[in-house]
Design a protein around this ligand. Structure first.
Ligand code: 5GP
Ligand code: ZN
Length: 116
């Protein structure tokens, strides 16, 4: 696994910074977002460091997206939302604040759930 010294998500994937793990395998790590937009708000990341979608190799993207349905279903089972949004921010003007590729999985609970 490549590890970028000062990357917070590399440290989370390596277990050097604690996180609430949702799913993990050889290629990806999924964990609850620190600031829960809605209950069960989860991030899934590749273990291999890549800044954002522009710099992501196809094999890394493939492994990451391959696991999204599994994590979405784990969230569905655990939190019983009525829907779910996927979100991926690339570059600062688009809202990216951590520069290690991640996909937000945001469970939805209907009107007024905090993500309107
Ligand atoms: P972005 O704004 O880059 O799309 O999303 C970064 C997300 O990472 C934010 O929603 C933020 O709450 C989350 N985040 C930042 N630092 C940490 C951390 O140390 N632990 C966890 N679990 N989430 C974090
Ligand atoms: Zn990283």
């Amino acid at each position: 696994m490549s590890h970028t010294e000062d990357c917070i998500f590399c440290k989370i994937a390596a277990g050097e910074i604690p996180s609430a793990k949702v799913y993990e395998d050889e290629h990806v790590y999924a964990f609850l977002d620190l600031s829960q937009v809605t209950k069960g708000h989860t991030l899934i990341i590749p273990k291999k460091h890549t800044k954002n979608i522009y710099e992501t190799q196809p094999d890394v993207a493939q492994e990451l997206f391959k696991k999204v349905p599994k994590v979405a279903n784990a969230i569905k089972e655990a939190f019983q939302p009525v829907g779910l949004n996927l979100l991926n921010n690339n570059e600062e003007p688009a809202g990216q604040s951590v520069f290690h590729l991640h996909i937000h999985l945001i469970p939805r609970y209907g009107k007024g759930d905090g993500f309107d």
